[in-house]
Design a protein around this ligand. Sequence first.
Ligand SMILES: Cc1ncc(COP(=O)(O)O)c(C=O)c1O
Length: 208
Amino acid sequence: MMKTFDLSKVVRPNIQKLKPYRCARDDFSDGQLMDANENSLGPPMKVDIIDEPERYPCPHQRELKSLYAKWRGVEQKQVFLGVGSDEAIDLLIRMACTPGKDSILTLPPTYGMYGVCAQVNDVNVVKIPLDDGFVMNSKKILTAIENQPKQSPIKIVFVCHPNNPTGIFFFLSFFSLSRSTTHIHTQEMTCRTQRNWKHLQIPSVMPS
Ligand SMILES: Cc1ncc(COP(=O)(O)O)c(C=O)c1O
């Protein structure tokens, strides 16, 4: 497969240098984990349905990720689990866009959280409204990306598929119709962008 995705061009330099946070659970799975405030006296009441209820769950969610990865046919390291997809949207913006500098592109009417998360992170939003019939105007999108000032580049194009609230499917042939809105929208949005506009060097946030 041709390599069109370059993570280093998408991710902010400070995030690339980030050393992941480590906790005791990275190195130990038994014994008392004082940094996690585990209850040294055990659970205050009998709970049959959970093993070791006095423990915090593993922050890496390895078991769940492994099952999900198997189901989706991807590697475990490609799986991100968030608190709803709004968390993923926020993290994508924080990972890629420098506050007060970078931009995202949205296609209104579309899911409102893209704009909200951008605003919270002080990220500029370029809006390219959908045409009549709520269809995407690729030409206008490309022009907007090309004409965007160099000092405020568009780092993420949010293509909500199927779109909320219009219910329209974009790039129909590229998508599996059996997937849920939420899943597609966070995992696939820029993959599809990349395939259609790869000549523009707009990288996907998810390697395809
Ligand atoms: C397109 C889209 N993405 C994400 C969400 C938010 O999903 P979650 O509840 O998983 O955060 C919604 C909710 O309506 C949505 O329509």
